[in-house]
Design a protein around this ligand. Structure first.
Ligand SMILES: NC(=O)c1ccc[n+]([C@@H]2O[C@H](COP(=O)([O-])OP(=O)(O)OC[C@H]3O[C@@H](n4cnc5c(N)ncnc54)[C@H](O)[C@@H]3O)[C@@H](O)[C@H]2O)c1
Ligand SMILES: [Zn+2]
Length: 410
């Protein structure tokens, strides 16, 4: 027995007794302990819903539960809803310069028309500004403007803004209320839901942060009209991820409706965002702090993050994840977990959406492998992979050899 067994055993133990874990299987292969957990949720795929162009769902976290409201044109309604929910009397709207320039007036007018006091506070757009320095500057600004514990922060923008605004809210005066108004597809289907907030430091991405849930998430699909195509595709990669990890019907829906989804058809985009938020909400309700099942949301991210890093972030996150999802699907097939035909379906869907499926030839493979070992998800020097075992079902394993990684990196 060569592996460090403790991290392996502690990793999936939270699944034992979980009704959604179909089986837990311990076996020894070539003297190495393999511990696989299969997570299947048939009920979920049956619950795949039609949504029109407005819908509401709930993230169930006991007293910290909160609504996600999806509605076309909702930016101008947010003030009224905030007033009804009595979240705070005064709001700091945190936004990057781009989003503030495009939509700042609409949101600020909505708050003012509802009789709410609000200040728009901006920072320069881009991941390079997701730093502790930005948090310090924004906190100083809040203090200078006299914001106190009865006030609230609204994160208005993409994932960078949401992560910054959430972390600011979690720490300003030891925590003030927080609301998310995501404006990129990635933020609408992923980062605004689930309470992960934080910033980057030179040693790594998202290394300083907090779990801090918002009071509400407001999603207006009309803002996607101004999103650059690359950003839209990046978000769609995360959308496809949800189909692969948890919902076969949704995967088929994405295959069949590609053109309308890419054209941002309001009904289909609402349905798409609703389904992703539903899946993320269910996973987060089950495992808020990523002790177990929440790890499946990292499908495609182990190799994806490494590829993103090795490209010096010239590849945007979602497209690096697309490459990572293909690599993980191939690893699953190499290990006899995923049928070749299912692996090909995953590749084909990503290709349908014009996403990259191969690690760019110019990227240094050794550098990618070094990134893999420093992955936050590595435990005791072992890198964990989230591998599909069919479309809509996922396993977690650490038993991937370097030769297999070399093979899928190409
Ligand atoms: N907290 C989480 O759970 C979680 C999950 C996934 C990703 N993230 C984080 O999210 C970040 C990436 O988010 P992102 O992809 O949204 O990037 P982003 O916030 O940088 O937005 C991308 C660009 O689009 C612009 N933009 C935003 N909305 C727009 C709109 N409607 N029209 C035109 N332009 C618009 C922004 O100004 C920015 O320049 C990363 O920092 C990542 O770590 C967090
Ligand atoms: Zn991601």
């Amino acid at each position: 027995m060569t592996c460090a067994i403790n991290p392996l055993l502690s990793f999936p133990s939270s699944f034992i007794g979980n009704p959604k874990s179909d089986f837990v299987n311990i076996s020894t292969t070539f003297g190495v302990m393999t511990f696989l957990v299969t997570i299947k949720d048939n009920a979920l795929s049956n619950r795949y819903e039609e949504a029109g162009t407005m819908s509401e769902l709930q993230v169930g976290l006991a007293e910290r539960s909160y609504p996600i409201i999806i509605e076309k044109g909702y930016l101008s309604e947010i003030g009224k809803d905030l007033l009804e929910r009595n979240i705070a009397k005064r709001f700091a709207v945190i936004s990057d310069d781009r989003v503030a320039g495009l939509y700042g007036t609409v949101l600020m007018d909505s708050l003012k028309q509802a009789g709410l006091k609000a200040e728009l506070i901006t920072f320069p757009h881009g991941e390079a500004n997701k730093t502790l320095e930005t948090i310090a500057q924004l906190a100083s600004k809040l203090a200078q403007l006299g914001f106190d514990r009865n006030d609230a922060v609204i994160g208005f923008g993409g994932g960078v803004t949401g992560d910054i605004a959430g972390f600011l809210a979690s720490s300003y005066m030891r925590g003030i209320e927080f609301v998310q108004v995501p404006t990129t597809l990635l933020a609408q289907v992923d980062s605004s839901v689930g309470g992960k907030t934080g910033v980057d430091i030179p040693e790594g991405k998202n290394l300083v942060g907090a779990f801090y849930q918002p009071k509400a998430v407001y999603i207006d699909i009309s803002v996607l009209q101004t999103l650059p195509q690359q950003e839209l595709l990046g978000g769609l990669a995360e959308v496809i991820k949800y189909g692969v990890i948890r919902d076969q019907d949704f995967f088929v829906f994405l295959k069949e409706n590609r053109e309308k989804i890419l054209a941002l058809d309001p009904t289909l985009i609402t349905r798409t965002i609703h389904t992703c938020c539903r899946i993320k909400a269910d996973v987060v309700s089950e495992d808020e702090r990523e002790g177990g099942v929440r790890k499946i949301l990292n499908y495609g991210h182990t190799i994806g993050h490494a590829v993103e890093g090795a490209s010096d972030y010239s590849l945007i996150h979602g497209l690096a994840v697309a490459i990572g999802m293909v690599a993980a699907a191939k690893l699953a097939t190499l290990n006899g977990l995923l049928a070749q035909s299912d692996m090909e379906r995953i590749v084909s869907l990503l290709q349908d959406y014009q996403m990259p499926i191969e690690v760019p030839a110019e990227l240094d493979r050794e550098r990618i492998k070094r990134y893999l070992l420093t992955d936050k998800k590595a435990v005791g020097g072992k890198v964990y992979y989230i591998l599909p075992d069919s479309i809509g079902s996922t396993q977690i394993t650490a038993e991937i050899t370097e030769e297999q990684v070399d093979l899928v990196l190409g």
